[in-house]
Design a protein around this ligand. Structure first.
Ligand SMILES: [Zn+2]
Length: 386
């Protein structure tokens, strides 16, 4: 078959010269993306307006539709795209310009979807500004108090989990992976946890589509990623083979991106509060343990002795989980150069700490602000000062 002879007539002409539909669409997507990006950067209030009016409609329509499927459309689409690319390469290899044209069209479409479903949201007001929480520098004593409270909550959770599950030893290996029904249940609990925290923080209120476990989660593991928000399909994807206690927090973290909050440290905080306020015991355990990792890392720098004494007070199951978590992520060290800031122990860059009041990074500062607020309203389920 001589494919070179199947030249299709072009429908468009510019100054009498043929202009393909591919080129026209590429230009349209690229121009629309550029204009929207410029509007978000230059027009004050545009990003915030978009995030609370247009973006929720996208989450409520495209996100809701994608949520029907129990698997990740992004993941499936990625594999299909790779196959399509190879087929296109084989069929059109004598015409490199055609391949290039298709690639550019694909790239401009992805840029457009990224802009609509993610890029503009970077210019909205951050959660910290909308939460009503007072974020301020804190003393190392306050940080110690928070960690001490977290350790006590972890202790309580482990005790409850032990009685519910006939012993809760903590995780020591990847196998067995959580079953599909179990993952579906985690997804439902995550949606409920986010909807519930939306009652406390109106900025988080609204519909949340179901999160998706990736079939080939190893793709995320080698990048040291717990989860990934796909702006192309408005899907919250997560790693199903990582240490289990990461899953509830990651689900809520990724779902917070579907409310338009893009900052990683804020998503970590939102994931934390959604989990610790959840009705599900394992979600609460996940939230407290992740909170411990963030705040504990900061305390280890600010007050190493205080950190060591609190760490020794953690129940064995939690220590086992933490140690397996480190070993798991360590096994992927160096595989890929880019390391995600989402990974537990390495997430918060250690700061040049000094005595007295200081900032511990936005996630911990928000945790401290929430802890202070709850201590005032005393509705935190147990005394925050114990
Ligand atoms: Zn994220």
């Amino acid at each position: 078959m001589n494919r070179l002879s199947t030249n299709r007539p072009s429908k468009f002409t510019v100054k009498g010269r043929p202009f393909s539909l591919t080129a026209l669409l590429t230009l349209l997507f690229a121009a629309a993306s550029l204009l929207l990006q410029l509007a978000a950067r230059r027009i004050p209030g545009f990003g915030q307006w978009y995030a609370v009016t247009i973006y929720p409609m996208i989450t409520g329509s495209l996100g809701r539709f994608m949520g029907i499927f129990p698997f990740s459309i992004t993941e499936l689409g990625l594999y299909l795209l790779i196959i399509l690319f190879i087929v296109s390469l084989v069929r059109s290899w004598p015409r490199p310009l055609k391949i290039l044209g298709r690639l550019l069209l694909g790239a401009s479409l992805l840029l457009f979807l990224f802009t609509l479903n993610c890029g503009i949201n970077y210019y909205r007001q951050p959660f910290s500004a909308l939460s009503g929480l007072t974020v301020q520098p804190s003393s190392s004593q306050e940080l110690y108090d928070l960690c001490s409270w977290l350790a006590a909550q972890i202790q309580d959770c482990v005790q409850e989990l032990s009685s519910e599950e006939n012993g809760f030893p903590g995780q020591t290996s990847r196998e067995p992976l959580p079953s599909f029904p179990k993952l579906l249940e985690y997804g439902r609990q995550g949606q409920m946890a986010m909807e519930q925290i939306g009652e406390e923080f109106p900025a988080l209120a609204g519909f949340y589509p179901s999160p998706k476990p990736l079939l080939l989660s190893r793709i995320l593991s080698v990048q040291q990623l717990c989860g990934i928000y796909s702006p192309f399909t408005v899907e919250a994807n997560y790693n199903r083979e990582m240490p289990l206690y990461n899953i509830p927090h990651t689900i809520c973290h990724e779902l917070s991106h579907l409310r338009g909050f893009m900052r990683e440290d804020e998503a970590n905080f939102i994931g934390y509060i959604a989990c610790i306020r959840s009705d599900d015991l394992y979600f609460r355990y996940s939230g407290y343990l992740m909170g411990w990792v963030y705040a504990g890392n900061a305390l280890a720098q600010a007050d190493p002795e205080g950190f060591a004494s609190l760490r020794a007070s953690l129940p064995q199951a939690a220590l086992t989980d933490l140690s397996y978590n480190n070993a798991y992520w360590d096994s992927f060290q160096g595989t890929v150069a880019e390391v995600s800031t989402k990974v537990n122990d390495t997430y918060l860059k250690l700061q040049d700490q000094q005595d007295g009041v200081q900032s511990y990074g936005r996630a911990v500062d928000l945790m401290l602000a929430y802890y202070r607020q709850q201590a005032v309203t005393a509705s935190f389920g147990g005394s925050p000062t114990e």
